[in-house]
Design a binder for this molecule. Sequence first.
Ligand SMILES: Nc1ncnc2c1ncn2[C@@H]1O[C@H](COP(=O)(O)OP(=O)(O)OP(=O)(O)O)[C@@H](O)[C@H]1O
Length: 797
Amino acid sequence: MASQISDKKRPKKTKKRSRVESVEFERINSLNWNPTLTEKDDDFSFLIGSNELEGGFLCLEEIDESEYNLGIAKSTGGSEEKGKTKPKKQKVDTKNEELNGEAKGESKEEIEEVGKETKQKKKKKKKKKKDKINKDAVNEAEGNEESPAVTDGNDDQEQDSVDETEYYAWNELRLHPLLMKSIYALKFKEPTPIQKACIPAGAHQGKDVVGAAETGSGKTLAFGLPILQRLLEEREKAERQLPENGELDEKVASAGLLRALIITPTRELALQVTDHLKEAARHSNFRVVPIVGGMSSEKQERLLKTRPEIVVGTPGRLWELMSGGDTHLVELHSLSFFVLDEADRMIENGHFHELQSIVDMLPMASKSTDDDSQKSQNCETVSSVQRKKRQTFVFSATIALSADFRKKLKRGSQKSKANDELNSIETLSERAGMRADAAIIDLTNASILANKLEESFIDCREEDKDGYLYYILSVHGQGRTIVFCTSIAALRHISSLLRILGVNVWTLHAQMQQRARLKAIDRFRGHEHGILIATDVAARGLDIPGVRTVIHYQLPHSAEVYVHRSGRTARAHSDGCSIALITPNDTSKFAALCKSFSKDNFQRFPLEMSYMPEVMKRLSLARQIDKISRKDSQDKAKKNWLERSAELMELDLEDNDSEEERVNNHKRKKATSAQLTNLQEELKSLLSRPLQPKTFSKRYLAGAGVSPLLQNQLEELARQKNPNNSGDIRKKMIVIGQDCVEPLQALRSAGPETKLNLKDMAEKRRDITELRRKRKETKKRLREQRRKQKKKLQGKE
Ligand SMILES: Nc1ncnc2c1ncn2[C@@H]1O[C@H](COP(=O)(O)OP(=O)(O)OP(=O)(O)O)[C@@H](O)[C@H]1O
């Protein structure tokens, strides 16, 4: 079906262009391919078996670094240096010394002075760049063509101040100088373990890769850098083979074929991956474009007309444009990389139908059956060598790899029927063309959770959840916090309550307009102590620095989602903590979670109970206000709907209420409105004071410290007490003792007695089950007695 679509809908003009492009491809194919590594040299051969290099890419030795105006820091000891600590500065070659300014005869002080100035300038530049990147993501998706991944003139200046010896750890990965330039700009001093393992396999050995590593471990670049590396090598190789006059150079540089297709489950993640790859590709002139739903598809089609080499998208919109015959997207014969990010999410409901259609459009690998050859009709111009060269990358933090994954891949398509659904990673990978010798790199530990993440929980009743949430946000509200809900109804409930309580929150869920979704993330990102209430659309991949705490207001349906939610904190080199609110109904689910993470005990989050009376008082008022406001807006919505419907049907609405009813209604409304005003006044007065523990002394504030919310309230209080004072209120307030303790700190300073043993938990659960059983039996007995008595009475009558 896919081939029919592409054949029928492709306009004639494109066919002509395809022919020109395929000639270009045949030419590239005919180049001699050089293996860059021998198995002996390869540090990672133990991970991936044989070392055949498919495809025609330049080895780094063939690249002239001077062309890029930078030298790669060389290890002094060559391959023997591996595993040793980085060399001292004196050992750096003269090229690096020149870059550092030392060879120019400048004094140390002068260099330090210049270094300071450059640092300040770079700080400003970095901020500007960050703002630009956020705007670019939205611009790109909307089709505003102003942000190709190209460097500006200032980069070389920036480059001069880089001390490349600090990036020594990257040397063994032998990345292209232009990529190293981007890495310097990103200030990533060393590759993360998953990058270290995937780059040799993906970039130098041309392998397919299945990569699993903890959340926030840099998986995006683990597949992104191999793609860029190979594209750069290919471009250079082609350029070298061209005649000296350089006429054809441009053709190769702007061949405009789709080379990499990256699929992610959510729009936000697609935009984020685009940004990240653009940063890595900023010196290499490759275009990276996001194709996501929720934004104008016409604009995105326009963007595709610029023929970007790399497309990052969500399955829905990608398939919409593909099935619509978008010429750039259906010319998949040129595709060298097919990436599934968060692959395990892709096989879940809601994604795999579109994904299946996309995968079916991919030209099949050389192991063709009759069935396959039919499917690949749409790419008859492509040689089998070209097809074979496509690499498949499948990544996630929670890939559930079955033990015989490799075997299943080997058995290949003989087993999987054309109409099989892609309901396992194995089938999906195999159907996408993954080869049996794929490198399987699984760096997840037994618990799957991020290493620097501290897990905790609060066991409470369902009705106390809101109180504990408010408590954590008010008393420990430091750093960014994400609160996860499973349902949109719960999200609406808590965001409404918290807003009434004066806590500024942003929300994110799938029913929001895409623009509002991006705006919410942007605002959250821009606020140091921001609070985001989100459903699981935000669970995967979102990379927002400074998220210190994740709160599971409702437990997710699966352990995988729990891992991804919690993984929004403790990313890269940071730490963080997660707090799960557990009700008696959640205990069995929670115990199952702990079991799947091989955890014997979870830490109980320490609570200062003396705050709770005040918390509950405020909450009770907020709930009443919320109830009245909700009822009011529901009534209004109902009335509006009735009026609109009547207008549409050209009917007149009659008021059938009697005079008495109308008066009563009016009275009721007035009373409700007065009640609302009273409640609001009462809450306002409570909120104007800082949240106080029961033992609070007005003279000395003690307890968990001063959160930003508390700080605001204290300032407000001081202002109210002294309205004539125009000076800086902050200077007049003296806070003695600890600063606000963020949840992670509170958790760490809590003693080991807060740990909950899973055995205790299981016992508690058994007790509850027993209690329920007994209650049920008693009810049954009572019912039986009542029935007998009734029968007796009826018999007497
Ligand atoms: N080599 C590196 N050194 C330091 N930071 C890095 C490095 N590589 C990536 N990062 C940063 O680490 C953060 C997490 O990276 P990324 O989003 O790729 O993680 P991930 O493994 O895909 O996470 P998730 O599983 O949650 O999607 C990003 O902010 C990224 O810029």
